[in-house]
Design a protein around this ligand. Structure first.
Ligand code: SAM
Length: 294
């Protein structure tokens, strides 16, 4: 049997057996591998790092999309940076939004995902509310005059083309493109193996947003167990509304999510003390992660 081995951390690897290779090549930006695995279905790998599998991608996509959209509650215009597989776009379009703009640097990731992983986007690219632009997200943010209610950074890790999407300047530029009450959600690695990445992302976001709050999603094929995501907006409490508020907003999504629920939304913001970014724990001005709010 042939195996794909991902080595993200020293002295640790995860391996997935390869049933059939559907695509292997290099785009202008990154190496792309798409293969079949008997347990997880089709697997998309960029630069040697698993991006998604058919079996568990819904956990990541539902959490990165529905947490900020449900916390906002009335988003009309949504921006996705990255996300070439279309999974986040699909989840965003489950909300009654007027427009979802997706800005992906690598058009080949979009084309290959549409061809080999159609279930991930499930028609989202053809939705009349979707506009897809192939360009660098940092350039788009710097040049657009448009305003958004929610911005989702569905990026690769902070190496290669994804690196500028993790800078304080990029977060400040995103803040400037948000309407009052706007929110952002970003992915921030596996806190068990990469506590410093979560610390850095939260610290940088707090330079532009008054409320910054990490939340967790368990994605089996992201090595390290729990994936950290970070939501930010005008206040920490706004990111985790009371259960009754989330329940009322959940109606249009009822029966259309497999992982996200209002209860999961609220629970995801409870981090074990060892996962909490130190600056949020120690800053006396912050509400403190242990104080979970309303
Ligand atoms: N959900 C998966 C995950 O988090 O691992 C997949 C994320 S999606 C495939 C990440 C996308 O971000 C890639 O297709 C990559 O091309 C895109 N990307 C990386 N840097 C970018 C940039 N500067 N501007 C726009 N898109 C970018």
């Amino acid at each position: 049997m042939k195996w794909f081995q991902e080595t993200l951390y020293e002295h640790h690897a995860q391996a997935l057996s390869i049933g059939a290779v559907l695509h292997q090549g290099r785009t202008a930006f990154q190496d792309v591998l798409i293969f079949e695995n008997a347990l997880f279905g089709k697997v998309l790998v960029l630069d040697g790092v698993v991006q998604l599998t058919e079996r568990d991608n819904h956990i990541y996509h539902e959490m990165i999309a529905h947490v900020p959209l449900m916390a906002h509650g009335a988003a009309r215009d949504v921006l996705i940076i990255g996300g070439g597989d279309g999974g986040t776009l699909k989840e965003v379009l489950k909300h009654p939004v007027e427009r979802a703009v997706m800005v992906e640097i690598d058009g080949e990731v979009i084309a290959l995902s549409r061809r080999h992983l159609p279930a991930v986007s499930d028609g989202a690219f053809d939705d009349p509310r979707a506009s897809v632009l192939v360009m660098d997200g940092t350039r788009y943010i710097a040049e657009t005059g448009d305003k958004f209610d929610v911005i989702i950074i569905d990026s690769t890790d902070p190496q290669g083309p994804g690196e500028p999407l993790f800078t304080p300047a990029f977060y400040a530029a995103c803040r400037a493109r948000l309407r009052p009450g706007g929110m952002i959600a970003v992915q921030s690695g596996a806190p068990f193996f990469q506590p410093e990445e979560l610390e850095t992302v939260c610290g940088r976001l707090s330079g532009s947003f008054a409320g910054v709050r990490p939340f967790l999603a368990p994605v089996p094929t992201y090595a390290g167990g729990m994936l950290a995501l970070v939501a930010a907006g005008d206040s920490r409490d706004a990111l985790r509304p009371p259960r009754e508020v989330l329940q009322a907003r959940f109606q249009p999504l009822e029966g259309r999510t497999r992982y996200y629920t209002p209860e999961v939304h609220r629970a995801a913001f409870t981090l074990a003390p060892s996962f909490e970014p130190a600056f949020l724990r120690e800053d006396p001005a912050s509400e403190g992660l242990l104080k979970t709010g309303s």
